[in-house]
Ligand binder design. Structure first.
Ligand code: ARG
Length: 395
């Protein structure tokens, strides 16, 4: 049997290679998909796979596709699940899709992933694979053998598999351009303060520059296209912004998150670029969309994020919602100024050719319109008040 395994080089997937060979008698093709994780680790992956006796290692660079097909959609939808910018969730879809592509090209009988049976990623992988390639068998060795992390570490040590986690730093980390997720170890106690050692992309506020910095982000039809007046590709813009905003300590997120299975989980994220871009995008929408659009879109955005979180990227409802979202984004073009300061970011200025803001009308200093007209509008509001008051005085 030939199996294509989504391989990250981490503990779960390294153990999975060996288990597939041993217990499933499989020849393993390891597949690594670059969605912007640490390039140093990516380099070692092929080597690691070879050491584990993989039949073949296939590497796919999906950074551009990830940003332009998934992250950009998420920005337009203000993609946030309970405050989580969906970084890991979004990346699972291109990873699963590439895995299926490679499996088909290589004539594999099955695909495999290293997910446990406790988390959300298994839903995203299994649902995507079943949608795109219902004929492919799915094997999840860690889930099927009901292994916990301790048992995995013991197994790895016994089989000469390098264990990337240390007893002192036993974190499970997932990384891509849109963010970094850190779970496990001490973090599992929701009362314990996340230690400084879990952060890799952001400085702690007391180590950030003393002076705030203001950056300018240009949007075109809901997606970011320039930074400080320089046009750049989505990948470059996000990479640059991760660096800049991270230096100002922006993007640390600590959450109690409701997982798909109903468990509450303690989650920590670093997402500097996502934090800035989502704030800036929302700030620009406030300027160009009507009140009615903003209210309704909030409901759509919440449903969109819930689908993406829950593994349902390929559900037709997601593209239905995207049709609405895209229609609203036609006017989301303009520039947003964001101030970065000591771990915080804040929209401090915005402009757009589609702005609905009328300075003349709203200004304290200008004539605008005859204020006496308001009195007639309010007559109707006070009518309601007077009716209610009459009713109350009778009871
Ligand atoms: N809770 C987040 C999510 O469900 C992060 C998951 C991180 N995954 C991981 N394998 N470490 O998207």
């Amino acid at each position: 049997m030939k199996v294509a395994l989504a391989y990250s080089g981490g503990l779960d997937t390294s153990v999975a290679v060996r288990l597939l060979q041993e217990r499933w008698n499989a020849e393993v093709i390891t597949v690594s998909v670059d969605v912007g994780q640490n390039p140093r680790e990516l380099k070692q992956i092929a080597e690691k796979a070879e050491k584990l006796g993989a039949l073949k290692h296939v590497h796919v660079d999906a950074k551009r596709e990830f940003v332009e097909h998934y992250v950009f959609r998420s920005i337009k939808a203000n993609g946030s699940y309970e405050g989580y910018p969906l970084s890991t969730a979004l990346a699972r879809y291109p990873i699963a899709a590439k895995l299926v592509e490679v499996a088909r090209r290589e004539g594999a009988d099955a695909v495999a992933h290293g997910c446990t049976g406790k988390g959300n990623d298994q839903f995203r992988f299994d649902i995507t694979i079943s949608t795109l390639a219902p004929e492919l068998r799915i094997i999840a060795p860690i889930r099927e053998l009901n292994l916990d992390r301790k048992t995995e570490i013991t197994y790895a040590r016994k089989h000469g598999i390098p264990v990337p986690v240390k007893r002192s730093k036993p974190y499970s980390i997932d990384e891509n351009l849109w963010g970094r997720s850190i779970e496990g170890g001490r973090l599992e106690n929701p009362a314990a303060i996340p230690p400084e050692e879990i952060y890799a992309w952001t400085l702690s506020p007391e180590r950030t520059p003393r002076k705030p910095r203001i950056i300018k982000i240009g949007f075109r039809r809901g997606v970011p296209v320039s930074l400080d007046g320089r046009r750049m590709s989505g990948v470059k813009l996000i990479q640059t912004l991760n660096r800049i905003a991270g230096k100002y300590g922006v993007g640390r997120i600590e959450l109690i998150e409701d997982r798909i299975l109903g468990l509450k989980a303690r989650e920590n994220y670093e997402a500097p670029a996502a934090t800035v871009l989502l704030d800036a995008h929302r700030g620009l929408e406030q300027l160009v969309l009507t009140k009615q659009e903003l209210y309704f879109k909030q409901l759509i955005d919440t449903t969109w994020a819930d689908l993406v979180y829950s593994g349902l990227w390929f559900d037709p409802l997601r593209s239905d919602l995207d049709a609405f979202i895209d229609a609203t984004q036609e006017r989301v073009t303009g520039e947003v100024l964001v101030e970065l300061n000591r771990g915080r970011c804040r929209v401090v200025g915005r402009s757009s050719p589609h702005s609905l803001y009328d300075e003349e009308l709203v200004s304290f200093d200008k004539y605008g319109f005859d204020q006496r007209d308001s009195e007639r509008v309010i007559r109707f509001q006070t009518m309601r008040a007077r009716i209610l008051s009459k009713r109350w005085s009778r009871t």
